[in-house]
Design a protein around this ligand. Structure first.
Ligand code: IMP
Length: 212
């Protein structure tokens, strides 16, 4: 706790992701810190085979270091025409050192010739919430998805990753053409964070009662 306000650590060193979680969790009475702000210098590698395993590894590993309630996420994009790939490998499936634009281009090549009605895809996010001193068994998971269709070519400059080719059919725009708030309202991480809100409220309130 800092001056009576409970702390919540977001397991990221990416300022964009921190800002996203600060927006999504704005309803909580908590000081939301990144790993660096919480004084955590270690890196927990994503060595699991599922979003759940990776999110759990990160949340528990970083909670041990920060000694604070810690939220970690793992996410990816699943393309039906590719049997759900790249999925949990979304960040790395084209090899190390590649840019978002290169990964996006590769995905477009993989679905070249697939007709629009079969280009369905979904973003998936798993949020893991760890309490210090409880280990991986004490982690609670929340999930969110967001359905879309892969566009033929990139469009828009907002967001990151696959957003320029992830078309949201109900809006007729790609994720990269949405404002932050529009994306938050429908995104996989937004949906997972909304599912986690009341649990986090309870956790933070219980911590306040216990004085930790
Ligand atoms: P991680 O969750 O940090 O392991 O990364 C998952 C990967 O999935 C990212 O590097 C992106 O390639 C992709 N991804 C996850 N969420 C999004 C999103 O909201 N927009 C675009 N790409 C995403």
């Amino acid at each position: 706790m800092t001056h009576g306000i409970p702390v919540l650590v977001i397991a990221t060193r990416n300022p964009g992701k921190l800002r996203e979680f600060q927006r999504l969790l704005a309803g909580l009475q908590a000081k939301i810190l990144s790993l660096d702000e919480a004084g955590v210098s270690i890196t927990v590698e994503e060595t699991g085979n599922s979003y759940e395993q990776n999110a759990t590894l990160k949340a528990a590993g970083y909670a041990r270091e920060s000694r604070q309630i810690t939220v970690a996420d793992d996410s990816g994009v699943e393309v039906d025409a590719l049997g759900g790939a790249p999925g949990v490998r979304s960040a790395t499936y084209t090899g190390p050192g590649q840019s978002d634009a290169q990964r996006t281009q590769r995905l477009l090549e993989l679905v070249a010739g697939v007709p629009a009605r079969l280009r369905t895809a979904r973003y998936r996010a798993v949020l893991a919430i760890a309490r210090p001193g409880r280990g991986p068994e004490g982690v609670t998971l929340f999930r969110g998805t967001c359905d879309g269709v892969l566009a033929d070519a990139p469009r828009g400059n907002n967001g990151f990753g696959y957003d320029p080719i992830f078309l949201v059919p109900s809006l007729g725009r790609t994720m990269a053409e949405l404002s932050d708030l529009e994306k938050d309202a429908i995104s996989h991480r937004g949906n997972a964070a909304r599912a986690a809100l009341s649990y986090l409220k309870e956790l933070l309130a219980a911590g306040r009662l216990n004085g930790d």
